[in-house]
Write a protein that binds this ligand. Sequence first.
Ligand code: NAD
Ligand code: TDX
Length: 337
Amino acid sequence: MKLLITGGAGFIGSNFILYWTKNHPKDFIINFDKLTYAGNLENLKSLEENPNYTFIKGDICNEQAVDKVMRGIDTVVHFAAESHVDRSIIKPSDFVVTNVLGTQVLLAAALRNNVGRFHHVSTDEVFGSLNFNDKSKFNERTQYNPRSPYSASKAGSDHLVNAYFHTYGLPITITNCSNNFGPYMFPEKFIPLAITNILEGKKVPVYGDGLYVRDWLYVMDHCRAIDLVLQKGRIGETYLVGGMTNAVSNIEVIKKILKIMGKNEDFIEHVKDRPGHDRRYAVDWSKIKNELGWEPEYSFDEWLEKTVQWYKENEKWWRDVKSGEYQTYYKEQYGKI
Ligand code: NAD
Ligand code: TDX
């Protein structure tokens, strides 16, 4: 089988390529990535000599480049996106272009080239925000209600993917997953930002009261869910994928990280809240469990500790990433802290 992975140099895409080459070593993989600030080929250094893996630098908005790379592809797994909520508040237009237009360009090329499956990787954020105190969860029937430019652009991409199924019969599947964590996660996101700031002796910015809840999932569980959907998922269907945490707030996450790292709570700095900050996400993943037998395997506490260890052992990786453009972004986002 020949797979086209878009955004394979990013956090989840690179973990997925590492997962796939290990579990399906005979398959051919093309990684098509623009290498924005978030793309990093260091993540895939171990595959440089692998004859079944090819990297092509390119933009999913470029019709010609996309059409060329799509020839002979059996399966597309589409990760490429602008993915950070705070950056979407600073510059929403980048999110509309990449996430909405880029997805449409890929869909059109997949249709022209008779691709056997187009799998779209999306987020639980398209469903909006749940209340802190109730017990409700998102499921496949939850109405879309995106509230940030990022989630609105991802919602737009989901709608286009579904439209290509209903209108043109393109064989698609979609997964909407909760917050991932693990190796190679860009340190603009909360968990790697916290770990690397603490390693640098800096405080950790916690937005508002810190009582915001995410349904954390270790990245390899997400990769395995996508694998199962590709093997056994029903065409035209959406599957929600989520974690096994039970209402762990940001403040609890940071306290866990501080405990693992043997530091006290002086490292916590409450800062101005994110505008439109979604209070709580929680995912009911019973459909993918009942239909495909998937459930999360990696416990949050154990794999958070392993993730801290990974950042400790890969200091050069995150120090390189935190230099250059990152510094400008950090100053704009957090000021002096
Ligand atoms: P990331 O920001 O780490 O990586 C995105 C990758 O896409 C980068 O390698 C970047 O260079 C590439 N890219 C960006 N614009 C491109 C373009 N125009 N053409 C080609 N490549 C381009 O993102 P991530 O956290 O790995 O997320 C991957 C996907 O998973 C995204 O679609 C995101 O919405 C979704 N998702 C992420 C999470 C999460 O917790 N991180 C959870 C659920 C879903
Ligand atoms: O400095 C920070 N301080 C803080 O309190 C940052 C960066 C975040 N936070 C909070 C905001 C959220 O409540 O931590 C929580 C997690 O924030 P992010 O890591 O930015 O993730 P989130 O906004 O929840 O979105 C993520 O999960 C879903 C990914 O960035 C998306 O790509 C994915 O779709």
